[in-house]
Write a protein that binds this ligand. Structure first.
Ligand code: CA
Length: 224
C-alpha cells in the first residue's frame, strides 16, 4: 500500500508520513503542487492526501489534472480552515473526501483507510445541456442556480436523455434503460416526460426536452 502526501508544511508532512508508516503504508511526500502532480502521474498510489494551498499548482488544480489524465486514485483534500475550501468545488474537481486542519490524525487515518477500502472511484461525469445540469454523483439537478427536485425515476430518465444529449432516443430505448423491471407500456414515458417538462422546462419558459415525432425524445444540447 502506497500513499502520496502532497503538503508544503513540513511539520504536517512529517507527521502524516510517520503516522502512515506506522500503519504499514509506504509513503512519498511532495512539498509542492507540481511535484505532487508529477508523482501522482508517474506512480500508482492507493490514496493521495492533497493539501489545498500549495506552492506551484494548488490542490484543486492538481486534483483536476490528475482526474483529467485518468488517475482514479482516491484523493483526500486537506484545507487550512473552514471557508477556504468550497466542498462542492473540491468534490467537483474529483476529490473523494476532505478534512479541515487542524485534524485528528486518528480520524484522518480512519478516513484514508476507508477511501483505500473503497478503491478507485470513477465518478460519473456531470451532464450538461446549456444551463441545465445533472450531477449523478451528487444526485442533483439545477437550471442555472435553481435546484430542481426530481424523483428517482425522473432523475434516471433525464440522466439517460442527457447522457446522449442532442440525440433522439426511442421510447423503447428509454423503456429498456430506465424501466428495467420489465415494464412494457411506452405510454408511461409520455407521462414521465410530462412530469420532467413541468420541472425543468415550464417554470423557466424553456423547451429542452423535445418530442421526436413517432420515435421518442431528445434533450437539446443548448438546454432549450
Ligand atoms: Ca499548505
Amino acid at each position: 500500500m502506497r500513499v502520496l502526501v502532497v503538503e508544503d508544511e513540513q511539520l504536517i508532512a512529517r507527521g502524516l508520513r510517520e503516522a502512515l508508516e506506522a500503519e504499514g503504508y509506504a509513503v512519498d511526500v511532495a512539498l509542492d503542487g507540481d511535484d505532487g502532480l508529477w508523482r501522482g502521474l508517474e506512480n500508482d498510489y492507493d490514496a493521495i492526501i492533497l493539501d489545498l494551498m500549495l506552492p506551484g499548482k494548488n490542490g484543486y488544480v492538481v486534483c483536476r489534472e490528475l482526474r483529467a489524465a485518468g488517475v482514479a486514485t482516491p484523493i483526500m483534500m486537506l484545507t487550512a480552515k473552514d471557508g477556504e475550501f468550497d466542498q462542492a468545488e473540491g468534490l467537483d474537481t474529483g476529490a473523494d473526501d476532505y478534512m479541515t486542519k487542524p485534524f485528528s490524525l486518528t480520524v484522518l487515518l480512519a478516513r484514508v483507510r476507508a477511501l483505500i477500502r473503497r478503491g478507485p472511484q470513477t465518478r460519473p461525469p456531470v451532464l450538461v445541456a446549456g444551463d441545465l445540469r445533472l450531477d449523478p454523483a451528487e444526485r442533483t439537478c439545477t437550471r442555472g442556480d435553481v435546484p430542481i427536485e426530481l424523483t428517482p425515476r425522473e432523475f434516471a430518465l433525464l440522466r439517460y436523455l442527457m447522457h446522449r444529449v442532442g440525440e433522439p432516443i426511442s421510447k423503447q430505448d428509454l423503456l429498456d434503460h430506465v424501466w428495467s423491471d420489465g415494464f412494457l407500456d411506452t405510454n408511461v414515458i409520455q407521462v414521465y416526460i410530462g412530469y420532467l417538462r413541468r420541472k425543468v422546462d415550464e417554470p423557466f419558459d424553456r423547451h429542452a426536452i423535445e418530442t421526436v415525432r413517432g420515435f421518442g425524445y431528445r434533450v437539446r444540447a443548448d438546454g432549450g
